[in-house]
Design a protein around this ligand. Structure first.
Ligand SMILES: O=C(CO)[C@@H](O)[C@H](O)COP(=O)(O)O
Ligand SMILES: [Fe+2]
Length: 238
């Protein structure tokens, strides 16, 4: 295994009444990053939480990286709020914005790492011109808006295609492939094999009694089924 496997619990499925405690628990259980799902009841038909909750987690003492997944319009304004609230990373939804290049640059200028998410029905090829500018691509494996949905198998072909394109552009291992939606012990094998290395899981982790057991199991399965393309990235000469 040469590519880092990242497990990012989606706190959309956490206990909102005890958010600080629940996030502390999931970090102690081995989570790498916190996945922070922002929904505006406009771009997606659901409303979640915003930058003040991110700041509250920082004030509570959560120091783990916070990966903000914006399922919203008004990306540029929200990116500034999340920077001030202590976030580390912003992924915005490709379908929600018009000026892809400008939005990427604005987020980078804020000093945050940047990703683009695409919906299940959106072709991944649309992102090829900007891959070099990105830290992460999020292939949505469900339609965004809700936790607890079923993984859509047809998204696997896009993960495969993206892995091959990253290899072609000499970006494999530099741009993370994240997947989000219906990730669990049954689906993670094929997702890892296709090329994902960053796994968001909400209900699979927070609905379980033992967070550590689920996170360890997911990580081991991802490592075991990792795409052979990651096994030796030394071809980049780095
Ligand atoms: O972005 C989203 C949903 O739109 C996700 O991050 C979900 O919160 C994942 O939940 P599970 O499918 O893992 O329960
Ligand atoms: Fe998400």
């Amino acid at each position: 295994m040469s590519q880092e496997i990242v497990i990012s619990p989606s706190i959309l499925s956490a206990d909102f009444a005890r958010l600080g405690e629940d996030v502390t628990r999931v970090i102690a259980a081995g989570a790498d990053r916190i996945h922070f799902d922002v929904m505006d009841n406009n771009y997606v038909p659901n409303l979640s939480f915003g930058a003040p909750i991110c700041k509250a987690l920082r004030d509570y003492g959560i120091s783990a990286p916070i990966d903000v997944h914006l399922m919203t319009n008004e990306v540029e304004r929200l990116a500034r709020y999340f920077k001030e609230a202590g976030a580390n990373h912003i992924t915005f939804s490709y379908e929600a914005i018009t000026h892809t290049d400008r939005t990427i640059n604005l987020i980078k200028e804020l000093g945050l790492s940047v990703g683009i998410a695409i919906n299940p029905g959106t072709p991944v090829e649309l992102l090829y011109p900007v891959l070099e500018q990105l830290d992460l691509v999020l292939i949505m494996t469900v339609n965004p808006g809700f936790g607890g949905q079923k993984f859509l198998p047809y998204t696997l072909a896009k993960i495969e295609a993206l892995r091959q394109e990253l290899k072609r552009q000499n970006l494999l291992g530099k741009v993370e492939i994240q997947v989000d939606g219906g990730v669990n012990a049954d689906t993670i094998r094929v997702l890892a094999h296709a090329g994902a290395t960053n796994f968001v899981a909400g209900s699979a982790i927070f609905d379980a009694e033992d967070y550590a057991q689920v996170i360890t199991n997911l990580r081991e399965l991802a490592i075991e089924h990792e795409s052979p393309d990651y096994v030796d990235l030394s071809f980049r000469g780095e």
